[in-house]
Write a new protein. Structure first.
Length: 404
């Protein structure tokens, strides 16, 4: 059946919940190794630089696969695309558990970069297609990040406190997390099979060739700016996701378990901010909100890198606001003049593909710098500089737009 209005389309929230479940498993897998990074490095005989390279393998794959993955979401439909993406999350967890060295770990992590783009692009595309009211769409775009956010926090908090003591070693933990991904994907398939057709689009769908579709998007200055911001954002965010446990443990002179607990608490704060920051964006505008967000991150990482032990913990909570960056940037992307319902998946895929350039470079550089005499202080200084540069660019563009 075809439902004519979003208000009548109640199943949109069921679809939304199923998608969030798969993204929850995705978030668990993203943060599966960082809480156990010392155990994994010791077992596999890897330095921090090599580990940073391995942890960024899936993001390296995204650079190649995400743009096409977004287009596949448009072609296959969200139901099939998200199911395939969920299976890839399970596959990477299982493969990681059998890693025997740097190469096999890199290959195992890279699996997530093959099917993961289908998850990343399906989530915002679902919000764009199933929620036509702009306020409701912005709310959905913010709230769906609760899925990966809670998954990531749960992995960070529970790994050292619950899962490792219960299951015995890091390989068993990864297999358990792969089983969670299988369960979430199964639930999504059951939901998608029963889904009614969404309301018919008012935009006539065209079958544009790949290059023509991408070039059409890239001709938009708004799209190009959103892509650049994505790469800069992921440079900071993925670096913190992969190395914050070690940096805080070293800077605050506490155990990895205690560090993980503080970071999980800050992550919970970040999830709460998902409900607050979009309202600030509505009131003060997205550019001003993003500038303030990056300012808080810069201050937070400087405290982590150079503060005394109590200040390091305060800095962790300052970085929690990074949880709100992606929904704000994706709202900027899908509001661009070149993006409509026929190419929304392609636009999201192109954004994630570009953003992963930062996600690859960031963790590798942070790990490499931490291995030098500069230590994590040097690494945090790099992240602070990137945050300040991003805020400066956003503010400058907003001022130019206001003068037009």
């Amino acid at each position: 059946m075809t439902l004519s209005t979003p208000a009548a389309h109640r199943y949109r929230w069921v679809m939304f919940a199923g998608m969030v479940g798969v993204y929850f498993a995705f978030g668990i897998m993203v943060s599966s190794i960082p809480p156990m990074v010392t155990e994994v490095r010791t077992d596999l005989g890897m330095g921090r630089g090599a580990m940073g390279l391995a942890l960024s393998a899936w993001t390296a794959m995204y650079i190649v696969t995400a743009a096409m993955g977004g287009r596949l979401v448009d072609r296959l439909g969200i139901g099939v695309a998200l199911a395939l993406g969920g299976l890839s999350v399970a596959a990477t967890g299982l493969a990681r558990s059998f890693a025997q060295g740097p190469v096999s770990l890199w290959l195992a992590v890279a699996i997530m970069g093959i099917g993961g783009p289908l998850v990343s692009a399906s989530a915002p595309t679902l919000c764009g297609l199933w929620f036509s009211d702009l306020d409701e769409r912005q709310f959905a775009m913010s709230v769906y990040n609760l899925g990966p956010g809670i998954g990531s926090i749960l992995a960070i908090f529970a790994t050292n406190s619950v899962l490792l003591p219960w299951l015995g070693d890091w390989r068993a933990v990864l297999r358990f997390e792969a089983a969670v991904a299988v369960a979430a994907t199964t639930i999504w398939v059951a939901i998608a099979i029963r889904a009614p057709r969404r309301p018919q689009s008012t935009v006539q769908r065209t079958q544009a060739p790949v290059r023509e579709e991408w070039s059409g998007l890239l001709r938009s200055a708004d799209v190009r700016f959103a892509l650049m911001l994505g790469a800069m954002a992921f440079f900071v965010m993925h670096s913190l996701n992969n190395w914050l446990v070690d940096a805080v443990s070293e800077g605050a002179e506490i155990s990895a378990k205690a560090s993980s607990n503080w970071i999980a608490g800050a992550g919970a704060l970040g999830l709460l901010l998902l409900f607050v920051v979009p309202r600030l964006a509505t009131r003060f505008g997205r550019p001003a909100t993003l500038v303030g967000t990056y300012g808080a991150i810069a201050l937070g990482v400087l405290l982590v890198g150079f503060g005394p032990p109590p200040a390091v913990v305060v800095g962790v909570f300052g970085t929690a606001v990074r949880a709100t960056i992606v929904p704000l940037l994706l709202m900027t992307l899908i509001s661009a003049d070149a993006v409509d319902e026929t190419n929304m998946g392609a636009a999201n895929g192109l954004w994630f593909s570009t953003a992963q350039i930062g996600a690859v470079a960031g963790p590798f550089l942070v790990g490499a710098i931490a291995d030098t005499s500069a230590g994590f202080g040097g690494s945090m200084l790099l992240l602070a500089a990137m945050a300040v540069l991003t805020a400066t660019l956003i503010g400058a563009r907003a001022r130019r737009a206001a003068l037009r």
